[in-house]
Design a protein around this ligand. Structure first.
Ligand SMILES: Cc1ncc(COP(=O)(O)O)c(C=O)c1O
Length: 435
């Protein structure tokens, strides 16, 4: 593909700051740019003029957005914050606020440089845009074998990148750093490696301990020192939901965003799970690399904004407005704490149930968990799919089967029903296995 001069300009800015980073981009990532010329530039030039016939929305004669009363009557937002388009990279206010929040929630980022977050239509879209920018046909993504199923559609079906997994846990029940290290030692495809980390994890509910994080970082660092260019995609969907002391509670982005010029850390996060707004569709993509300059980050943001413009154009303005208002409200922190405590009570109840019922271990083993929305059990006697079916038909209980492993969402199960959930699984498993 012949590159547009605007893409060449961005590539030159990236190359000028860090030539390795250019090699990390996919072919599409190298070619994309945010159009500074054309409609957007001409619209910007017309801003504030007496007659502005450039904008692709409809305005009333008084200049307010045209709106249907049947919609406005249900909307408690000023028209200007709801109806017009948001910018492709997201509204400036939400990007600024989210960055401040990320810095506050991750003290480990103090003194480190990172890009301005770019707004995506939630995390799936952020992951997809990361696929667009960094994944070519034939690339492989290294990740633990317990992963969110949708990664297959996002990376493999859309961009032709394979998923190369290693067992999530060691025999002792810790994070399998050696599994990651072994994958990182294999020869790189076109000199590039892509790693995908998701903590707290879906489905396992596991977040590594500080010592494990140190080892994960060391394994990635070794790969970069061997000369590989490493893109680390960090899916922070469940950020903040860590329920045990002594578990690494920040984003691993903190450790990776200034580790080595060969390592690009891509933070994919957002309001979906953190703020309990699953249907709002607001997420963020943020970049960090050692030696990252403002020019480099601006070029990456422009490429991301361009990919978004050519894909969904921009993210819901009302959703961005509602979140900005919530985050700026005095009650936000207390409300968050209250909901965290609800999930923590459920987590504690699951731990209590498992400790109180050693007999459950004859039928299933809980996999290590300490965070997030979920935990998993490995079935020992019954086939996990048959167990799932039996739970549905005989026990009115829904679970997710991952082949040998059932995922249980304690986030969505009333606290008072958790004991029954495990009892149902135990009974159904016993009936199926006859033991
Ligand atoms: C690990 C993980 N990442 C990303 C997502 C997608 O989140 P969103 O709804 O913001 O697209 C999910 C949703 O289930 C998830 O579990």
């Amino acid at each position: 593909m012949e590159l547009d001069p605007q893409a060449i300009k961005l590539n030159d800015a990236i190359k000028g700051a860090n030539p390795a980073l250019l090699d990390m981009l996919s072919a599409k990532g190298k070619a994309i740019f945010f159009p500074k010329l054309g409609i957007l530039a001409q619209s910007a030039e017309a801003n504030g003029k007496e007659i502005n016939a450039t904008i692709g929305i409809a305005l009333e004669d008084d200049g307010s957005p045209v709106a249907l009363a049947s919609i406005s009557k249900n909307l408690n937002l000023p028209a200007a914050d709801a109806y017009p388009y948001a910018p492709s990279p997201g509204r400036a206010d939400i990007r600024k606020l989210w960055k401040e929040m990320v810095l506050r929630k991750n003290p480990g980022l103090a003194g480190k440089t990172l890009s301005q977050p770019v707004v995506t239509a939630a995390l799936t879209h952020g992951l997809s845009m990361a696929g667009y920018l960094f994944c070519d046909e034939g690339d492989t993504i290294i990740l633990p074998d317990l992963f969110w199923e949708n990664y297959g559609l996002i990376f493999t079906h859309a961009f032709g990148a394979g998923l190369d997994t290693f067992p999530t846990y060691t025999e002792a029940g810790g994070f399998n750093v050696e599994g990651l290290r072994a994958k990182l030692r294999a020869p790189a495809v076109r000199g590039k490696k892509i790693v995908l980390l998701n903590f707290p994890n879906n489905p396992s509910g596991y977040t590594p301990l500080p010592g494990e994080v140190k080892e994960i970082v060391a394994a990635i660092s070794e790969s970069a020192h061997r000369g590989d260019k490493v893109v680390v995609l960090i899916d922070d969907a469940y950020f903040g939901l860590v329920f045990e002391d002594g578990v690494y509670a920040q984003s691993i982005f903190c450790e990776l965003c200034d580790l080595h010029p060969n390592i690009l850390a891509v933070k994919i996060d957002g309001a979906t799970k953190e703020d309990y707004v699953w249907g709002f569709r607001v997420g963020f993509l943020t970049y960090g690399i050692k030696g990252g300059t403002p020019a480099l980050y601006e070029a990456l943001e422009a490429k991301t904004g361009g990919a978004i413009r050519g894909n969904i154009s921009n993210t819901s303005n009302p959703a961005q407005s509602l979140l900005v208002r919530s985050w700026s409200a005095g009650e936000y922190a207390a409300e968050k704490k209250q909901k965290f405590e609800l999930l923590k009570r459920r987590y504690d109840e699951v731990k209590r149930i498992l400790a109180a019922h050693p007999e459950y271990r004859e039928q299933f083993t809980p996999l290590p968990f300490n965070s997030g929305y979920f935990m998993c059990i490995r079935t020992l006697k019954a086939d996990s799919e048959k167990l799932r079916q039996k739970l549905l038909t005989d026990y009115s209980t829904g679970t997710i089967n991952f082949g040998g492993v059932l995922r249980l969402a304690f986030s969505a199960t009333p606290t008072a029903k958790l004991a029954k959930l495990f009892d149902n699984i135990f009974k159904a498993s016993k009936e199926l296995s006859g033991t």
